[in-house]
Design a protein around this ligand. Structure first.
Ligand code: HPA
Length: 249
C-alpha cells in the first residue's frame, strides 16, 4: 500500500513519545492557518507527518479549531492516511477510564462549525458517502496495535458522539446520547472525519476514555482526575499508535 501517514494528536498529546522530528513547516491554506506547523519525522521506522490539533501549546478549544485548514494542510503535503487521537468520556459500561476505543461509527451533534469544503462559493461541490466514516484497514491496525500493548483494554467498535463543547454535557444529555446508541463522547471528532473523507484521505480514530460521562459516576466530573487520566491515557495511545503504524509499513 502506498501511503503517506499523518497523526493528529488530541488533548494531552501535543508531543509524542517515540516520534523523532526532522523538520517543521507552516503550511498556508485557502482556509487560513492550521493549528500549528506540520512536523515531519518518523514514528518507529515509519515516516509520519504530525499535527497537534489544539496547537503546539494546546490552547485552541475544540469549537475554535480550524479543521478545514488542518485537513487541507495535510492533503497539500501528500497525506493519504490519518490516525487521529482523542480523549473522550465513556458512556457504555465497559468504557471506564483507561479504556481504548476504536470507533466504527459516529453521530455529529456539533453546531456552527465549518463542516465541508463545499461551501456556497465552491463550484464543484459534491455529496460524499459517509455510511462508514472510519477506514476499516486503519481501524484494524489500531486494534492490532492495542492488542500488543500490555494491560490495555480495547473496545473494538463503538459510536462516537461529537459534541460542540467546550462545556461538558449535562447528565440528561448523556442519558439521551446513551439512548441514541453512542458509546463514547468527545468534542473534536467532527467535522475532522468528514473533511478527511471529502479529501479522500483514509481516516480512523484512537480514543482513550478519561472519565465516565456526566452523571454516570453519580457525582460531578472531577477535572483534576480527568487531567491525570488524560496524561496516563495518552502514554498508552502513543504505544498503540507506534504498534499500529508498524503494521502499516
Ligand atoms: N465529554 C465530552 N468530551 C470529553 C469528555 C466528556 O465527558 N471527556 C473528555 N472529552
Amino acid at each position: 500500500m502506498s501511503m503517506t501517514l499523518a497523526i493528529i494528536g488530541g488533548t494531552g498529546l501535543s508531543r509524542m513519545d517515540g516520534l523523532s522530528i526532522t523538520r517543521r513547516e507552516m503550511v498556508k491554506t485557502p482556509f487560513g492557518a492550521p493549528s500549528c506547523p506540520l512536523s515531519f519525522g518518523t514514528l518507529g521506522e515509519v515516516p509520519v507527518v504530525y499535527l497537534a490539533r489544539h496547537g503546539s501549546s494546546q490552547r485552541i478549544p475544540p469549537h475554535r479549531i480550524n479543521y478545514c485548514a488542518n485537513l487541507w494542510a495535510l492533503k497539500s503535503v501528500g497525506v493519504t492516511h490519518i490516525l487521529a487521537t482523542s480523549a473522550v468520556g465513556g458512556i457504555t459500561e465497559e468504557c471506564t477510564p483507561g479504556t481504548i476505543v476504536i470507533p466504527d461509527q459516529l453521530i455529529d451533534y456539533t453546531q456552527g462549525r465549518e463542516s465541508s469544503f463545499s461551501d456556497a462559493s465552491a463550484e464543484n461541490w459534491q455529496h460524499v458517502d459517509f455510511s462508514w466514516p472510519y477506514d476499516e484497514a486503519l481501524r484494524q491496525s489500531l486494534i492490532t496495535g492495542a492488542a500488543s500493548v500490555s494491560s490495555t483494554n480495547c473496545v473494538e467498535t463503538g459510536c462516537y458522539a461529537a459534541m460542540q463543547g467546550p462545556r461538558f454535557e449535562t447528565a440528561a444529555e448523556i442519558r439521551r446520547l446513551a439512548g441514541e446508541g453512542n458509546t463514547i463522547v468527545g468534542m473534536t471528532g467532527m467535522p475532522e472525519a468528514v473533511l478527511a473523507r471529502e479529501l479522500e484521505i483514509a481516516y480512523a480514530s484512537c480514543a482513550v476514555v478519561v472519565n465516565r460521562a456526566a452523571g454516570l459516576a453519580g457525582a460531578k466530573l472531577d477535572l483534576e482526575s480527568m487531567k491525570a487520566s488524560t496524561t496516563a491515557g495518552m502514554l498508552k495511545v502513543s504505544e498503540v499508535l507506534t504498534a499500529a503504524v508498524a503494521t502499516l509499513k
